[in-house]
Every structure is written in structure tokens, then in C-alpha cells.
Design a protein. Structure first.
Length: 174
């Protein structure tokens, strides 16, 4: 795990692109955002999905997985349940593996590391709900997507690219 340990260093990310706020009127808008995020996604990418309960983290993850399946020209998974109780769901999307984590019930970062989150972030595409549970173990190379409820069904997505991944996500820079 030598190289993988570097991805989970305790230091702050080397650099982050300035973030961008995007108004989302409804679930269709959330689906559209997920589709845009899926376009440049590749193995080794980590998406940290944060926001209050009900902000749309799981809906965004589901839409991302569907969009990635469309991009790879494969059938989407029949069901994309919330991993709240299983903690992790894995999806084979063509040649890609997508690991969907929900860390809400974890007490500390060590529990996430026991789930194999380091390997998932290196060997697949990781979608991590409640990433703040990782604390200083959050990978420095990632896309942060913060969802904020702004009204009945509407949200604001605050997106920032960190580290080596930021060049592929310039579209979301301020």
C-alpha cells in the first residue's frame, strides 16, 4: 500500500481549484450535474459528497452511477440502494468499479479504513457520503460536492477540485 498511503496523507491538499456554486432547481437538475461530473471520471477519482440529511447525496450518487453506465454504454444497475446500513455498495460499470460509501454511522476514520476505502479510492471510482467522518484521512486528490438545501426541492451544489484531479474538472472552477 505504499503509493496508496500517499493518497490518504494527513496533510492538507497541495492545492485546490476555486470552488463553484451551481443552483439546482429540482432532481432533474441534480441528475444533470451528476452527468457532467461523470464525463471525465476515471479510476482513482474520489467524490466527497457532503450535506445535511435529505440534501440529495444519495440521489446524486445514483444519478452519477446511471450517467457513468450510459457513458460506458452498459446497462445501469437495476437498483442503487443507499449504503446507509451496508456502509458500502460496489457496482461494476463496464471496465470500471464504483464504490459507494455512506459513512454516517461510523464513529471514526479507522472504521472507514477497515472497510477498504483506501483500496477503493485507488482501484475504482469512490463516491463517499459523509466524508467528514474521514477527517484527516480524506484523500487529498478529490472532488468535493457540498449540497445545500435552498428551498422546496431546490439546492445549491458547491464544488471544488483538489490536487491532481482538478485539471479534469476545470469546468467547475469559479
Amino acid at each position: 500500500m505504499g503509493d496508496r498511503d500517499d493518497r490518504f496523507s494527513a496533510s492538507a491538499p497541495e492545492s485546490a481549484a476555486p470552488g463553484r456554486a451551481i443552483a439546482i432547481a429540482d432532481l432533474a437538475g441534480l441528475d444533470a450535474l451528476a452527468a457532467r461530473l461523470a464525463v471525465p471520471a476515471r479510476t482513482g477519482d474520489t467524490f466527497a459528497l457532503s450535506g445535511d440529511l435529505g440534501a440529495g447525496k444519495t440521489a446524486l450518487a445514483r444519478a452519477f452511477i446511471r450517467a457513468l453506465a450510459k457513458r460506458e454504454n452498459v446497462a445501469p444497475p437495476g437498483e442503487v440502494p443507499s449504503p446507509t446500513f451496508t456502509l458500502m455498495q460496489v457496482y461494476d460499470i463496464g471496465p470500471l468499479e464504483v464504490f459507494h460509501f455512506d459513512l454516517y454511522r461510523l464513529k471514526n476514520a479507522d472504521e472507514a479504513l477497515e472497510l477498504g476505502i483506501e483500496d477503493a479510492c485507488a482501484d475504482g471510482i469512490a463516491l463517499i457520503e459523509w466524508p467528514e467522518r474521514l477527517g484527516r484521512c480524506l484523500p487529498p486528490d478529490r472532488i468535493d460536492v457540498g449540497l445545500v438545501i435552498t428551498g422546496e426541492g431546490s439546492r445549491r451544489a458547491e464544488i471544488a477540485a483538489h490536487g491532481r484531479i482538478r485539471d479534469r474538472y476545470r469546468e467547475f472552477a469559479a
